[in-house]
Design a binder for this molecule. Structure first.
Ligand code: BG6
Length: 480
């Protein structure tokens, strides 16, 4: 690996930088995980000097760091690494000054670009014109990278004209989550699961990302995006790919991404009957009254804040196994979870003893709690004559307890470190993104050509009731 000694953050005064990026960089710095000589340059439109920007960074750290991580002395030394240069990225002029300010990049430069889609192209051109796109420069790209296949191709073409794929790091912050990486450990570091990880033993798979939050002041972005593009196209599909992929030959970035893209390309187009979209109405989330989406927005809208659907991975391993996916805002609780529902045993020897068997179920809870729970049938203790009572009991692995001493890092700590170190394993390759868009565009097309409209659901529930029918008609039940 080849660590870069300079980092350049676009959108340096924005919400993502203040909430996530700067606290993550500080956490890496305070744990000695980034080089002592790393220089961090922020850039945005605001006319600030270094000192004024350091004050913004300081305030962001005080606001967003956990109490036990705030150490004034360390924060002060961290601020010594921070510099700022104002820039209007829509014109090429300011880039030369930016390059002057950054100075020597012979130690390599990592760029983190989170910007409005229309600024991608001018920014890339500006970087190139100022000599900030040489072979020792890496670029991390935060979503939204377009809003359909075509616009994503335009952005990716603009990027790839200047940066090779090896220099391009497309971010999906779910891949930076520890528990998401643990999916691979669970599947490929244990002999137990893999022989059963297929259509012979698995009846269906559920993936849920439910959120309690609503619009959160992001009306401008969200209303033009919706749940399909905001969550399904990226985070949900990456989870699906990790669950469904073949074992890669190694942990190497290419090996893993090769396997993921095969899954993404095998996704069956979703039929009209298998899609439910919804929009939150008023209701109560965690006993707090909340407004409807249109009231939050202050306008009429048909944007979906919820989607549930059924799809299939059309390959040998998964033939005939439904994958039920759902995600939504203002739902009952915050939860990211994967449920693997196994099939029934072929023959129930307990039937004549009055016992009904539940099929095994593996629940992988990614957040907020972190656990793996296997539901297994077990005999209730007792001297019952003629009758055997069996009950489903959980075999619980709490990762929170098993790794109680380990610091939980937020996704961006991992991703920023990998960007600086040049490790692409947890970043999304262009062919993956394009396969994801192709599948999602097809769903949007199906919706547009149909009579499907978002169903209004009460905030604080589990979404529109039609989503229940989506699974129940196959004899399956959402795990709630
Ligand atoms: C983002 C979406 O990518 O992921 C947000 O734009 C969503 O709408 C967020 O709230 C969820 O991320 P997390 O890490 O809180 O599950």
């Amino acid at each position: 690996m080849n660590c870069n000694s300079t980092l350049l953050l676009f959108g340096a005064t924005g919400d993502l930088a203040r909430r996530m990026l700067l606290p993550s960089l500080y956490a890496l710095f305070s744990d000695g995980l980034i080089a002592d000589d790393l220089r961090i340059f922020g850039t945005a439109r605001s006319m600030l000097n270094d000192e004024e920007y350091r004050k913004i960074v300081h305030d962001a750290l005080i606001e967003f760091l956990p109490e036990d991580r705030k150490e004034e002395g360390l924060i002060e030394s961290f601020l010594d690494h921070i510099f700022y240069q104002p820039l209007d990225a829509s014109t090429i002029e300011g880039f030369a000054e930016l390059a002057d300010k950054i100075g020597d990049i012979s130690g390599g430069l990592s760029i983190f670009l989170s910007t409005a889609p229309f600024l991608f192209e001018p920014t890339i051109k500006g970087l190139q014109s100022a000599g900030l796109a040489e072979a020792n420069v890496r670029i991390g790209l935060e979503k939204p990278l377009g809003n359909d296949l075509e616009s994503s191709k335009i952005i990716n073409d603009a990027v790839n004209r200047v940066f090779s794929e090896e220099q391009t790091f497309r971010i999906d912050h779910y891949l930076g989550k520890e528990t998401v990486q643990n999916l691979m450990a669970l599947r490929f570091a244990n002999i137990l699961f893999e022989p059963l990880w297929n259509a012979q033993a698995i009846e269906h798979v559920q993936i849920t990302i439910s959120e309690t939050v609503g619009l959160e002041g992001r009306a401008g972005f969200y209303d033009g995006t919706g749940a399909l593009r905001d969550m399904l196209q990226n985070h949900m599909l990456q989870l699906l790919a990790l669950i469904a992929m073949e074992p890669p030959a190694s942990l190497d970035a290419a090996a893993i991404r090769d396997e993921k893209v095969k899954v993404l390309r095998s996704l069956r187009p979703v039929s009209e009957d298998d899609i439910v979209i919804g929009q939150y109405g008023a209701g109560a989330v965690s006993e707090t009254l909340v407004k409807s989406y249109t009231d939050d927005l202050g306008d009429e809208s048909t944007t979906e804040t919820y989607v549930a659907l059924k799809t299939y991975v059309d390959n040998w391993r998964w033939q005939g196994v439904p994958f039920y996916l759902r995600t939504g805002k203002r739902l009952s609780e915050r939860r990211s979870e994967i449920v693997i529902q196994f099939r029934e045993v072929p023959h129930n020897i307990f039937k004549d003893r009055g016992s009904k068997l539940e099929s095994n179920r593996l629940i992988i809870r990614l957040q907020p709690e972190e656990y793996v729970r296997l539901l297994v049938m077990s005999k209730e203790p007792g001297l019952d004559r003629g009758k055997t009572i069996l009950r489903e009991v959980p075999l619980d692995l709490s990762l929170t307890q098993a790794f109680a001493g380990a610091r939980r890092r937020i996704a961006y700590e991992r991703l920023l470190m990998d960007l600086i170190d040049g490790d692409q394993t947890l970043f999304v390759r262009r062919d993956e993104v394009e396969a994801q868009w192709k599948w999602v565009d097809n769903i949007r097309d199906t919706i547009q050509k149909s009579t499907i409209m978002p169903k209004i659901y009460n905030s604080g529930g589990w979404g529109p009731s039609t989503a229940i029918a989506l699974t129940e008609r196959d004899g399956a039940t959402w795990h709630e």
